[in-house]
Ligand binder design. Sequence first.
Ligand code: ZN
Length: 434
Amino acid sequence: MPPYNAHVKLFRARVYSPVADPFTTAAESSYLSHDDGFVAVEGDRITGVGAWSQRPPCEDVVDLGRNYLITPGFVDTHLHAPQLEMIGSYGGHLLEWLNRYTFPTEAKFADPEHARTVARAFFDELLHNGTLCALIFSTIHLEATDIFFAEAERRGFRGIIGKTMMDRNAPDSLLERPRDSYDHSRDLLVKWHNRGLLRYAITPRFAPTSTPQLLEYAGDLKREFPDAYVHTHISENRNEVSWVQELFSFPEYADVYDHYGLLDDRSVLAHGVWLTEEELDLLSRRGARISHCPNSNLFLGSGLFKLHHVLDAGVIVGLGSDIGAGTTPSMLNAMADAYKVQSVQSVSLSPFQLWYLATLGGAKALSLDGEIGSLEGGKSADFLILDLNATPLIAMRSSRASSIEDLLAGLIFMGDDRLVKRAFIAGREVHTRE
Ligand SMILES: [Zn+2]
């Protein structure tokens, strides 16, 4: 028998985790699943996962039973913290919606007290919904962005956050001088990048709100800090694509970001609904990632993302809620809407593929798959305990599930934040639902 280790804690319940990409691997070898399983945690690490009958000796057991499912935390690869309060702002496509709702909302973040209130509510919502890692837009404000970082750190949240950079085509109150944008971004980057679980993303909002000089400064920052992320938008809406072609003299939208050195394997571009073959080829060669935000694409009428087309081009894709154009922070909803967006294009995604996109696939999109995204020995102990009896209807649906695939499908299409009983990041409990 191996020596008894007093520091290991075993969680006993159903266990499900993707372990490989089900878009390129046979479904049955893309995940692990145990009806009666364990996850062993020591400090901030997972030290083992398996069938209960194969558990290591341990006296510290949290026995949850078969009505709970342990699964990796959800990863949201694109959302806007300041837009939490404007979810569901009604009417209009992207460019009109930005002017009517988004810019006035973001201008309020000049007030640090407002930023503090929204930051608390924002991380509450993410944790309630089981999102344990996210790539996050702030506003242009240095202090508000600092507040979002500080709140993430206080919660033990795993976040990649960036100050929005904008210097044209927005109200004056949201425009900055390119040099100030660089200086403020750099200050925040130096303070927060690689501090604990936090990382910095260089965050030009998108090409239309950036002058060439601003993008030049963003590129300078990226050259100075090559392991920082780049987070922006691309090809969400057809009018936006034509506008970029008027504003910049490049053949394609993606060429703008490439020209300023903003595309590599730490670049995450939200949407990509209207990318051309040439752009997909460029993104694939650079290793840039796309965040697919189906709820937002449907809400703003942006278009139908061609998932397999993008994956076949060799571009890595994660899922995003895109709060506040997306109408819920729930990644279960993102999975359900991703299914529907493909379904109307005659493509059927399996529950395994959907769960992968919201966990290990999202982690891969953020280059964090060595650390999180699946329940495997050596990875950080970032996981959820889902309550399969969360509501009478969920209990009824879960009890008749004939397989793990069927169980996951029920949770994807019917589940919400009530499913998330407890959540752990790096072994630390960050949420419990009473
Ligand atoms: Zn967005």
